[in-house]
Design a protein around this ligand. Structure first.
Ligand code: NAG
Ligand code: NAG
Ligand code: NAG
Ligand code: NAG
Ligand code: NAG
Length: 823
């Protein structure tokens, strides 16, 4: 493969050192295209790709005190290495074995070469084969992959930000491409892996940016539109049907500014100070108490008068929910409506009290925007008409005109602010309405005027989060529900917690059923959604598998394995608590008439690779060697981004030391996915998982179930059918017709070939998962498959030939059997 380097256009390590001291010399050393990487050129350890103006460099680096190697981009001129982007952030390379090049499909690929060549990272775009690509590092710090002929950018690092936003980079949604660009922190200064903190847009209601700790908001930017232009830095906010994003711009040539979500959970803007030779904090958040999301609880406002004052106050018509806490300056309990028993806010005479100069409450859960009506009176009428409407605001969105923002739930995170001077109209009862109008004017207006000093304008920037200080004690913890995602210990949940989370196992929360019992969706008190597998009392798997599953998965951490959050073993109930995956299982897409259309070829291929990686991890990357024994489409769950996650480890076996094979009298698994040596002899090994993977792979490519017949005479299984087509050189006929022509035939053929290799009759002929992952992700020669197992299917009393599948239901055949008659 392309190993040759382009020495002319790459600067070697020695030269780099030299260049640090002699930047002027660089102009003479550089060649015109040194900022680009062409097909058949390689960047390896020590090589650099440098942007035209010598501003950014791309190469391998080790963060902090780590010795792991990562491919990244940093400022080339700054002596203190400041990395702004990392390619393989979760997949470090050990040693100097990494190399980057453009493969023949026009993708940038990063490999490591130890014993075997392994793909570490790739740009994953499809490029027309007859056009070549070139990678360029721009002076903005953007690494782009361009088609040579059409000059079209097919991929850019700005679309895949890590923890830093550079000027010109958009943060937000691109609905056309279906991408969401957001920043996630590093895990630590030594580890660029995806950390807990992120800043991300929430497009619901009126779009807002949140800084999150996991899924918990730490701080929120005010609702749009932001009026955030100041001095040198400007930010643009765009909200149209195709895109919602925020982009910052700086004057030409002023590039030494960056917005970072750091690993301690702070959002910071930093600028480079040439005179001191260091980065200077220009702005950061959260800083002051009102900055923290919901610092004063619901139905209250937060205002920072001075550092010693308690900034929380209830909205008109509301009083502290817990006066004792409130008097001790803990506002997190929030406020409740006064006179709840004696008066109504929705009979007659009720109305609205204006609260001026605030950052409007969180709009994500409860607000809707009606842009079609323009008169302020209309907003009041609309809100008044509907008793669930607790407040409204009249907002103006540039280019879109006036509209109403109505809140139908709690009002959370309202703060006084000097720049964002919106008025909020809060619904109150008649009593309040009569007495309150006078009280509210006067004092508030004066203080606001005093604070409106121009220098305060500095508070808002790009992501314009205002700032106040939160006292630590105010932060209520989710008591027993603290889940530490890094922990390998699984959490023991109380039955009462689970009952509350599932509404007493309400049928409405049931996600599905299986031989083991039922799965429920649950919502924990801390807002985390979970899937709860409740083992039925009669479940034949029983305690043994329960313990097995808890023990096995608690030790496993991989992005393609479902995460076990905890378990519950109380009062005869046994439950496993998993992360909740909104998209359910692969079979519910693959075999469903319309949902299958959501799985285009790229997704299917990514899913195949993901599953393969997950199994590879089980087989050899984790400290234990684990045989899953029940791989099938219904055990592959998909997360919101359609990433596959292997689940259901109830049957898994752990091998210790060098053991590779075992034998059992108790054959467990699912017909159609079991290898012959396992189904017939009870022998299982990593190769029996490989067989199941092969079946899953062929099902993904074809959209057909192995368990059905695909030809009457003789009755063939899917495997048999694919094998027939393969021998006749017509293998592509098996590709799911719902993909129409929209797939890469070479990739599809490669998958089919790998699938056939995996289902070969003789276990020793089947490739290891390592080989499978390698074949999937590179252009290596793939051996020809020999005859697979289970070509034919006994035509039992059901003569139907199912050529297509009409439902997403599992047939009886696909339910895991825990035991089959002893042989
Ligand atoms: C890259 O190398 C391969 C094999 O050496 C060669 O066939 C191909 O033409 C080269 N491509 C370019 C663009 O130089
Ligand atoms: C090459 O690609 C261009 C579009 O990029 C297309 O118009 C042309 O037909 C292709 N040529 C061949 C031989 O496939
Ligand atoms: C983030 O959340 C974790 C778990 O809830 C907590 O322990 C930690 O203190 C939080 N960090 C910040 C900076 O909020
Ligand atoms: C009130 O508003 C809520 C939320 O928009 C809506 O679901 C409900 O149908 C409305 N009720 C009436 C009577 O319009
Ligand atoms: C490319 O695909 C692989 C496998 O699905 C995935 O792990 C990787 O993150 C993707 N890379 C990019 C840049 O999207």
């Amino acid at each position: 493969m392309s190993k040759s380097q382009g020495p002319v256009c790459l600067i070697m390590e020695a030269e780099k050192l030299f260049l640090l001291f002699s930047l002027i010399m660089l102009q003479f050393l550089s060649c015109t295209s040194q900022e680009s990487l062409k097909t058949n050129q390689t960047i390896k350890e020590g090589d650099l790709l440098i942007s035209k103006g010598n501003i950014f460099a791309l190469g391998f680096f080790s963060p902090g005190s780590s010795t792991n190697r990562y491919l990244g981009i940093w400022y080339h001129k700054i002596p203190e290495q400041t990395v702004v982007w990392v390619a393989n952030r979760n997949d470090p390379i050990i040693g100097s074995s990494g190399f980057l090049f453009i493969n023949q499909f026009g993708n940038l690929v990063l490999y490591r070469k130890d014993d075997q060549k392994l793909l570490v990272w790739s740009t994953n775009v499809s490029v027309e084969e007859n056009d070549t690509c070139e990678a360029q590092l721009l002076d903005s710090g953007n690494l782009i992959l361009v088609r040579k002929r059409s000059r079209k950018i097919v991929w850019q690092s700005f679309d895949y930000p890590t923890n830093i936003q550079l000027p010109g980079m958009k943060l937000g949604l691109d609905r056309k491409l279906g991408t969401d660009r957001f920043l996630t922190s590093w895990r630590s200064a030594d580890d660029p892996g995806i950390g807990d903190f992120s800043i991300r847009i929430n497009p619901n209601g009126s779009p807002q940016f949140f800084l999150y700790n996991g899924t918990k908001p730490i701080t929120r930017a005010p609702p749009w539109p932001w009026r955030s232009q100041m001095g040198t830095f400007k930010s643009v906010f765009v909200n149209d049907p195709d895109e919602i994003y925020c982009q910052s711009t700086v004057p030409d040539g002023y590039y030494l500014v960056r917005l970072i979500v750091d690993h301690s959970g702070l959002l910071k803007m930093l600028t480079w100070r040439e005179s001191d030779g260091r980065w200077k904090e220009y702005w950061k958040s959260p800083q002051l108490q009102c900055d923290y999301y919901g610092y004063c609880g619901a139905y209250s406002t937060c205002e920072l008068a001075n550092y010693n004052a308690f900034g929380c106050a209830c909205l008109p018509g509301f009083e502290p929910k817990n006066p004792m806490e409130w008097s001790l300056r803990d506002g997190s309990g929030g406020c409740v409506r006064k006179r709840l028993q004696t008066s109504s806010v929705c009979d007659h005479g009720e109305g609205f009290v204006k609260v001026e100069n605030v950052i409007l409450p969180d709009t994500s859960a409860a607000a809707w925007v009606d842009m079609s009506k323009s008169r302020a009176e209309y907003c009041e009428l609309e809100c008044k008409r509907n008793c669930s409407c607790s407040a409204y605001a009249v907002i103006v969105i540039p280019g879109k005109g006036d509209g109403c923002l109505n809140w139908h739930k709690e009002l959370v995170d309202i703060k006084y602010d000097r720049i964002e001077s919106h008025d909020l109209y809060v619904r109150v009862d008649a009593y309040e309405l009569a007495g309150n109008t006078r009280k509210l004017n006067g004092s508030r207006e004066k203080t606001m005027q005093a604070i409106l000093a121009p220098s305060i304008a500095l508070l808002l920037f790009l992501i314009s989060l205002t700032a106040y200080l939160r006292l630590k004690k105010g932060a209520k913890k989710g008591t027993e529900l603290q889940i530490n995602s890094n922990s390998t210990e699984s959490e023991c949940f109380k039955l009462s917690t689970i009952m509350a989370a599932t509404n007493n196992f309400s049928p409405a929360n049931e996600l599905g059923q299986g031989g083991f019992g039922s799965v429920y969706k649950g919502l924990l008190a801390n807002g985390l959604e979970v899937a709860i597998k409740r083992l039925s009392r009669s479940s034949r798997q029983g305690i043994e598998e329960f313990k097995n599953e808890v023990m096995v998965i608690a030790k496993l951490q991989h992005r393609n394995l479902v995460k076990l959050l905890g378990y519950c073993n109380q009062d005869g109930e046994q439950m496993l608590i998993y992360e909740y995956l909104p998209n359910k299982s692969l079979d519910s897409f693959l075999f469903h008439e319309s949902r299958r259309l959501l799985l285009d070829w790229r997704k299917r291929f990514d899913i195949i690779v993901g599953i393969a990686r997950g199994i590879l991890y089980l087989h050899q990357d984790s400290r234990l060697r684990i045989i899953h024994r029940d791989l099938k489409c219904s055990n592959i769950l998909l997360d919101a981004e359609m990433n596959p996650k292997i689940s259901d480890f109830g049957m898994a076996k752990i091998f210790e030391g060098n053991q590779t094979e075992d034998r059992t009298r108790r054959v467990v698994g699912t017909f159609g996915y079991m290898s012959p040596e396992y189904a017939v002899l009870g022998n299982f090994s990593v190769k029996s998982d490989v067989f199941s993977f092969g079946v899953v792979l062929l099902e993904i490519v074809s959209g057909k179930k192995n368990n059905r017949f695909y030809q009457q005479n003789p009755p063939l299984t899917l495997i048999g059918y694919v094998w027939e087509l393969w021998r006749e050189d017509k293998a592509l006929e098996i590709v799911d017709p719902s993909l129409t022509e929209l797939y890469d035939p070479r990739e599809a053929l490669k998958c089919i070939q790998i699938g056939l290799l995996c289902v070969q009759e003789d276990a020793t002929d089947r490739p290891s998962m390592l080989a499978v992952v390698f074949m999937l992700s590179s252009e290596t020669e793939i051996p020809s498959p020999k005859q697979p197992a289970f070509l034919f299917r006994k035509s039992d009393n059901n003569p139907d030939i199912a050529l297509d599948v009409e439902d997403g239901q599992c047939s009886v055949n696909e339910v895991t059997i825990s035991e089959i008659a002893s042989r």
